[in-house]
Design a protein around this ligand. Sequence first.
Ligand code: ADP
Ligand code: ZN
Length: 512
Amino acid sequence: MQATLENLKHYFGYDSFRLTQQEAIQNLLNKKDALVIMPTGGGKSLCFQLPALQFSGLTLVISPLIALMKDQVDGLKANGISAEFFNSSQNFETQQEILEKISRKEIKLLYTAPESLSGLQDVLKSNYISCVAVDEAHCISSWGHDFRPSYKQLGFLKKSMPDVPIIALTATADKATRVDILNQLSIPKAKVFISSFNRENIFLNVKMANKRLQQIEKFLDRRPDEAGIVYCLSRKSTEKLAQDLEALGYQAEAYHAGLDHETRSEIQENFIYDKTQIVCATVAFGMGIDKSNVRWVIHYNMPKNIESYYQEIGRAGRDGLASQALMFHSYADVIQYRNFIDNSGNQEVQYAKLDRMKQFAEAKSCRRKILLAYFGEYLEEDCGHCDICLNPPQFMDGKINAQKTISAVARVQQNEPIGVIIDILRGAKNQKILDRNYDQLKTYGAGKDVAWRDWQHYVLEMINQGVLDIAFHDGNKLKLNSLSKKVLFEDYQVSLTKPIDPKVEKREMITK
Ligand code: ADP
Ligand code: ZN
């Protein structure tokens, strides 16, 4: 191991290993296969870069991220390591030069994409390969969250080079995905190295998507100079939000795949070098961005699965300092994802993942426990550092409130959205109510002792619990279902949580 430590210092400038790096490296030097699961920023690359220096031959690195290969290779070269990449961004002459360099055995690390392997046939047959690293290995699995068909073919590597160790690496893979990765790569006996997924310095906070701009304004008020990312679902909302934040006096830029390459690089640079405080982005933003002082990440929309959520909040607080992850969620998001999924492949898995995400968003127990459990890690105690731990929900008998709501929905023939139902319950005297004679209904004013905001909280919870339905394709009208009838006519119990007092909620926003 001594040589390895010296190399760590000499080539990378570090004094010690992190997480499972040392064990994974030793395993690889013993020519054994491995799957390394380490959170983003954990230091996965070192697990194959360092052994590559000690192997006599070439380490072949397979990655789906062509756009990042040049940076990675430049970084290695700057450290005095002979590395190159081979991919479709290069012209024929450049590719030939690389191949010649390989045949002269001048290269230790070669980065390539699965699509480009066909151009490397001679290298693959040459006995010159000492190790294969499969980066972003979750891409091989249709159980994973970012399946790439081109990864499917990688099983041939082990079959054609049985003595060459394979190291697969990923930041996000649930249990099913892990097993699948090993099978697909034909390394079923590979040793699996898992580092803790717990990012203790990130405060987890989840809110309903009500008046999001207002909530974000309140959030930013307390951290006016801190850098952060707001993830949005659509390009349009990145632009709208960036404008809104500018209008509030913040420096914000929109980033999405519709912008040209130059503009995108510029926005990234400005963010990395602290010239832009806030980037409102689609998920296209962040891959490979190594900025340590991102203090917060806001999800304007709920991510489509927990892997994405984890990866995106992981861009905050890489320096280990206190950081915030604030996520908004709504039914509209869920419906939109369902539409996406309906129009894509692999539906069953995607639905299951969306469901888990939704459960996380609606959870009434420690969020970190749920998050870690998803990745197979068990947290013994509640974390004390999430919104639920800080303001534990207080449950109450919600039957009367549920009955009043359901009865109001029935009396308007299931023809009105939440707002109107709440107005009826509260006995509001606005034009719509009067025009439709809703003030004549038996439930009119039946809930005037409860604040509007609290009614909204209750009704949304009832929808969460399946006691009421909401028709997104029909003007968000509230609808009855079989459970609604049980609540109204049978002794079906409804437990709701008490709304959080805005004054108490403030405490949570101050806590860092
Ligand atoms: P990942 O691929 O897991 O997201 P990287 O391999 O890009 O992470 O490493 C993240 C950062 O951590 C890099 O800047 C890397 O140089 C640094 N790093 C890796 N290993 C160590 C170590 N043992 N000590 C200090 N820094 C390290
Ligand atoms: Zn907690």
